[in-house]
Each structure stands twice: as structure tokens, then as C-alpha cells.
Design a protein around this ligand. Structure first.
Ligand SMILES: Nc1ncnc2c1ncn2[C@@H]1O[C@H](COP(=O)(O)OP(=O)(O)OP(=O)(O)O)[C@@H](O)[C@H]1O
Ligand SMILES: [Mg+2]
Length: 228
């Protein structure tokens, strides 16, 4: 990574407890624009909790989270929701597609939320369907898609608003090895193409290879950083 890239995200001394038990302890790191960071560690070490804080769906008890210099903890619910819609794309282990919408409509939905015109929506959705390789399944419902196809649709949806930051929690956790590898390769390609940074939570050392850096968590702390 070039040292001159601007800082996209900075976490400073994030701390969070559930029922008096610390699940994040003094977590600090920075992420540059376009950088790919893997977050790894044993079950229960706080990876999902940290990712949820980065995505603004959960809040740390103390510490600061700066996205392009703006502190998330000072934003109200509306401002956070807007930031999430415009700057973040999220990908989950179990896809979380809307079951009553087709593949095409699932990808289009976040564009509608952002008020993108019908004409531009049509073009962008078609480009994304082609790019992730599911154009031939565009009119299918999620229940009619394979796991790999669902994750491709979910990736297209996450990228629809050209976010600066992609957050992915075990995106290959529910896929077989071959599908998982294809999805990882696609995630890396698209992150490079769109200049989107990626925070990838994963148990798999294979998956960390698409990243520039690996942070290791244990008991709510970042205990080391390595390169994949
Ligand atoms: N809503 C909650 N209420 C109480 N405890 C919680 C809650 N969410 C998470 N925890 C606890 O916080 C700790 C960290 O959980 P987290 O889900 O962040 O772990 P993780 O590293 O993502 O684990 P995994 O690899 O199994 O997904 C765990 O001990 C978990 O039980
Ligand atoms: Mg988790």
C-alpha cells in the first residue's frame, strides 16, 4: 500500500462491555482508503462486535471512531443511517437478501433508498449483475438461487452505491471451498476496481490472502498484526 493514501477509518481506544464483561478492550487501528484488512481470532474474541461498531449498527461504550475524519459517536440516528446508505456496503455469512424481491430488485433496493433515478438504477443494476456473473438469474428469487449465487447478489447489492468501505463478516462461511474461493477473488477484484476499502472478518487463513494486513484479536483486544 502506498503510504500517501488518505486515512479512511480510524478507531481509537474502543471499549465495549456486555453485562459488565468487556468484549472490546482498547481497540485502536487505522485503515487507509482502498486498503483491505482481515480481522481474525477465536470465536467470541469480538470480531463481529467490532465490525458492527465500524458499520454504525452498534456503538462502543467509549473511544472514538472516525470515518473520513468525522466521529461516528457524535452522529444521531438519521445521520448514521445516511452515512451507512451512502458510504458503507455490508456482506453477511447468511446473505440477508430480501426474500420477496428478485436478484435484480435486491440490488436495486439500496439505489432506491438513495434516490437514484430509475434510468441510472437500471444501468447500474445491469452492470452489477453482469459483473458478479448472475445476469442470467436476475429475475429469480433468493430461494431459487444457490448459496454462491446469493452471495454474488449480496456483493452486487453492497457495491451498488459505490461505497468507500465494505464490511464483510465470514462471507464464505456458508459456501463450499470452490465457491468460497470464487467469492473471495470477486471481492478482491471489485474492491480494487472500485477503490473500496474492505474489512473482512474470517476464520480462514486462505481468506486473509486477499487482504493487505491481518489483525489478530483475542479476548476483545488486537494482540498482533501480520501480513498474509
Ligand atoms: N448482544 C449481546 N449480548 C451479550 N453478549 C454479547 C452480545 N453480542 C455478543 N456478545 C458476546 O460478546 C463476545 C464477542 O462476540 P462476537 O460476536 O463479537 O465474537 P466473534 O469474534 O464474532 O465470534 P465468532 O467467530 O463466533 O463469530 C462473545 O462473548 C459474545 O457472547
Ligand atoms: Mg462473529
Amino acid at each position: 500500500m502506498e503510504p500517501t493514501l488518505p486515512i479512511l477509518l480510524e478507531a481509537r481506544n474502543l471499549t465495549k462491555s456486555y453485562d459488565g464483561r468487556a468484549v472490546l478492550r482498547d481497540v485502536s487501528f487505522t485503515l487507509k482508503a482502498g486498503e483491505r484488512l482481515a480481522l481474525t481470532g477465536p470465536s467470541g474474541s469480538g470480531k463481529t462486535t467490532l465490525l458492527n461498531c465500524l458499520g454504525g449498527v452498534d456503538r462502543a461504550d467509549s473511544g472514538t471512531l472516525l470515518l473520513e475524519g468525522a466521529p461516528l459517536e457524535t452522529m444521531n440516528g438519521n445521520a448514521l443511517a445516511k452515512l451507512r446508505r451512502q458510504s458503507l456496503g455490508t456482506i453477511f455469512q447468511f446473505f440477508h437478501l430480501l426474500p420477496t424481491l428478485t436478484a435484480r430488485e435486491n440490488i436495486e433496493f439500496p439505489l432506491q433508498l438513495n434516490g437514484v433515478s430509475a434510468n441510472e438504477r437500471r444501468q447500474r443494476v445491469q452492470h452489477l449483475l453482469d459483473r458478479v456473473g448472475v445476469a442470467h438469474r436476475a429475475e429469480a428469487l433468493p430461494s431459487q438461487l444457490s448459496g454462491g449465487e446469493m452471495q454474488r447478489v449480496a456483493i452486487a447489492r453492497a457495491l451498488a452505491n459505490q461505497p468507500r468501505l465494505l464490511l464483510a463478516d465470514e462471507p464464505t462461511g456458508n459456501l463450499d471451498t470452490a465457491n468460497g474461493e470464487n467469492i473471495l477473488a470477486l471481492l478482491k477484484e471489485l474492491s480494487v476496481e472500485q477503490g473500496a476499502a474492505l474489512v473482512l472478518v474470517t476464520h480462514s487463513s486462505e481468506a486473509t490472502r486477499i487482504c493487505d494486513r491481518v489483525l489478530h484479536m483475542r479476548d476483545g483486544q488486537i494482540v498482533s498484526e501480520t501480513t498474509p
